[in-house]
Design a protein around this ligand. Sequence first.
Ligand code: SF4
Ligand code: SF4
Length: 304
Amino acid sequence: MELETKGLVFDIKKYAIHDGPGIRTTVFFKGCPLQCLWCHNPESWKSRAELGFRKSRCTGCGQCVEACSHEAISLIESRPVTDAEKCVLCGRCVDVCPAGARQIIGRETTVSEVMVEVERDVIFYDQSGGGVTFSGGEPLMQPDFLLALLKQCRTVNIHTAVDTSCYAEPEIVELVAGRADLFLCDIKHMDNEMHERFTGVGNNLILENIRRISQADKKIVIRIPIIPGFNDDSENIEATGQFAALLPGVGRIDILPFNRGGAEKSARLMGEINSMRVEAPDEDKMSEIAENLKKYVCEVNIGG
Ligand code: SF4
Ligand code: SF4
């Protein structure tokens, strides 16, 4: 029965090399309890499928308007405007759009369907020390689906990593820690108030859960997205290093330079997302942060 457990994913990426060791397949879960202003996957936020639109590709041909039998699309000043209330996500407008400007983001799938995709590349995992990474969005938001996938991977001997914000009920974290091989845990900021201002939630539960995973003897890679003006000051970097140094499970810290991809992607979504207007950190700054963190954890990678 567990093989038929359903979940909502928005992408399955093959041959990923930045989501854990070796060559991996990354399964992106849809739905996230955080809304980080710099998010590079804003299509992951909502826990339901949605219609995406790339304004830059649209030629204003109007074929989507004709195709929609629910009268959800109107052409206003040569641009299609979709009424989300009327849209039933049938996908007809996506199929007819000659410019590839429309996309359904998110699909319901089962554990067995995901495993078919994942198991196709076992040979690459075996050769490279890779496996599968469950990412998002937030995989811990769909615990039954995640636990069933982890169990299945263990049955067929595939290494698993969970890429998580750690913002979840402690009971769920403990159950997942019992089945996953590796955790990639994000720390965005050590100050609770700053964390809440920029992500929508505080960090107390997150830090508590990272400690919990370490106590469960799991391997952890801490991942810090470096966002200039938010978390790149030495006080925050030192505090993150000190926190990591106290956790025996943490073997490495990855620092990930902010990129502007999220802002471009957010424009594809129908809803308004207030992406931050910041620039990527320069190489010198990233090296300075890496050197600072090496005082606390021996392995620090720039870019994961
Ligand atoms: S997905 Fe279907 S209902 Fe929604 S706008 Fe497109 S054609 Fe209309
Ligand atoms: S079919 Fe595609 S290109 Fe034509 S108006 Fe609709 S979204 Fe734009």
